[in-house]
Every structure is written in C-alpha cells, then in structure tokens.
Design a protein around this ligand. Sequence first.
Ligand SMILES: C[S@@+](CC[C@H](N)C(=O)[O-])C[C@H]1O[C@@H](n2cnc3c(N)ncnc32)[C@H](O)[C@@H]1O
Length: 389
Amino acid sequence: MMKWIASAAFGMEGLTGKDLKRLGAENVNVLNVGGASFEGNMEMGMKANLWLRCADHVSLVVGEFEARSYEELFDGIRAIEWEDHLDYDTAFPIRAHCVKSTLMSPSDCQKIAKKAIADSLKAEYGGDWLPETGALVQIDVSIRDDKVTVTLDASGEPLSKRGYRTWNGEAPLRETLAAALVLSSGWHPWQPLYDPCCGTGTLLIEAAFIALNRAPGLRRSFAMEKWPFVDKDALEKVRREAQSKYDECAGRPIHIAGSDIDPEAIELASRHIRQAGLSGRIDLYVKDMREVTLKGEPGAIIANPPYGERIGDRRVAHAVAKQLGELSKRCPGWNMYAFSADMGFEREFGRRASRRRRFYNGKIECEYHMFENGSLQKNSQTHTRGGKA
Ligand SMILES: C[S@@+](CC[C@H](N)C(=O)[O-])C[C@H]1O[C@@H](n2cnc3c(N)ncnc32)[C@H](O)[C@@H]1O
C-alpha cells in the first residue's frame, strides 16, 4: 500500500479528509497543518487528483526519516529505491523546504538530495551521466522538526487549476476555496443557489460541478500520468470512470444562477461557464444586488462581496454588507452565506451569523458568515447525490 499526502490550505484539511474517505482512501489522517495523508494504490492517487475539490496537490510519499546532519540526509535519500520510480533518463528537479529544523538551508538540502538520487540511479543503471531528457518527476524534500518527508508531486499544476478559468476579473476566488465555501454551506445540490456578486463565476461553476457529480479535474492532466513505471491504462480507466459518472448526471436539473453589477465580470463568467462545458446550465444577469429579489422555492445565497482589502475600500465593503443584509430580508426562507474579511460585516449586515468558519483567501484571513433559518440544515452526505465518486 502506498502513502500519499493531499496538501490543503488552512481550514480545508477536514473537508479534504472527508472527500478522501468518500473516495475510498484508506487510513485517512487529517493533519494539523497542511492537509491529509492517506493510503492507496496508484489508481487511488489518480482518483484523489481527479476528485478532490479543496486540496492543492497530491503527492506520493517515497521516504520518511529523521536527519540532523547532511550525512543523515544523504543516507536517508540514498536508501530510497529510486529505480522503482525513476528511469535512467527521467528528469528529476528537486524542491526543498525547511521548517524549525537543524538543517535550514533549502539550497544545500536540494543539492544533497540531487547528489544522493543521482548516486543511486548511476549505481542501478550504470554509467556516470544521467541525461534527464525523459519524463519529468518533480521531487519534494520537506524537513519539519528534523523529520524528512520525500515525495513525488503527482499533480503538477495546482489542483485549483481546473482548466476553465483563463481570465481573472477583480479578486477572483481560488477554485478550491470556492468549492470549500459551497461544501461547508447548508446548500443541497437540488436546491436553488444564487450568487448576487458572482464576478467571474467561480462559486457558480464549482457548485454546478458538485451538483452534477463532476470530478473537478476531469478536463486537465496530472503529472503522475506521465510518470515512468505507472500503468497508464489503469489511470486512464480511473479517468473514464469519472467521465461516465458525469455522463450519468450531466443532464439532471440544477437551479444555479448569479449576477454582478459589472457587465465585464458577467462576460468573463459566461466565458468560464462555456469553458467548463456548462453552457446553458447556469443563468447570469447584469444586476445591482439592490435590485435582486428571489422568488420560488428558497435555497442558498452564497456571496463573496468586495471586502475592502483588495478591491474597493472599507466604506464600499460596509455598504455592500448592508445591501446583502437587505437582500436577505427581501428573500425570506433563503439562507445567506457571505465570505468576507470585513471585520464589521455582521454589524453592517444587521444580524449575527448562526455559524462561522475561518478560511484564508491567499494571505487574507476571512470569515465565512452563515445566516441560516433552520429549514436548510447542513447535511454533508447530500453533496454526494448521484452516488459515490
Ligand atoms: C470579490 S469579487 C467576486 C469574485 C468572484 N467570487 C469570482 O470568483 O470571480 C466581488 C464582486 O462584487 C461585485 N459587486 C460590487 N458591488 C456590487 C453590487 N452592488 N451589486 C452586484 N455586484 C457587486 C463586483 O463587481 C465584483 O465582481
């Protein structure tokens, strides 16, 4: 059984652990910092890449040991069976990362690691030169509290890059964070969802992916698919399974819509929706949120308003919080979820949140304010409507 790490930003570790259990990963362990570890074969690593909605990277752990000197670091890395992972011509760049350890020079650790792996490969394949002209395997050496973890980056580009967003508007949300906001809300996928300041449409697209049982990574590739020695047919099968799960659910009705005061943002949102393959599934309007009224069956309003740190200023942020409070009053029965760094948000909104959750948007600490009526209570199981991934 192989050990893997799904790295995730602060606040998203638990959601990542839950997703991993749902995928059938074994020995899932939510880490205090940085994500969750799990066990499984190569296919499980591929499944994690395809399906994890809130994680940044999936990595295969190939070595764990303690090192307080460069000799110990060299010996620990040299002892790993590199010939199981790297061919004689594999390109193997190394990133090193040191936290609270005796060895605190990433550049020196990187050089030692390169030397140790080259030494091992030369002994295995013969010769004294490694061309590194073949497939690329990115290696990470992470040292924390003198504990070394050596991993292979199975994702490549961060998992937030789903492939649909090619244009950034003002302060867009990372896709992984948008998914986390939808997943930690009380919204059920068959209920209406509305984003009254949708910007480039990230929240709407991630919600549609969840409602349609679509693996977020379905339309992109992953580094591990090019690794030497992986069974490419087996990985392709995992991809095909994800595609057929989506095919089964793609036609189901969804009620997801959004608006923004800025016509350019709506133009970008509709482009992203098209690029996500969701044309015609999400309704968009150019509208000031002061003019939004929602009728029919109630659902969830999820908003990422301007909050004065990156766009607009504090006064604008306060004004928007007030407008969201008024919108909430105009839509009885709807639950409101607002993600903001504005410390005075609830005061301006006019109500205390029933639940709160903290996330970081880049380096900005934000609060997710949840104003729930009690009629739409959180039940995370319902997010998997359409069966297990
Ligand atoms: C932080 S951005 C939202 C980013 C979005 N979540 C994304 O991923 O692209 C805030 C958005 O609020 C919009 N906005 C500001 N005031 C508004 C108002 N009164 N009515 C509707 N939208 C408004 C801005 O045009 C901007 O697109």
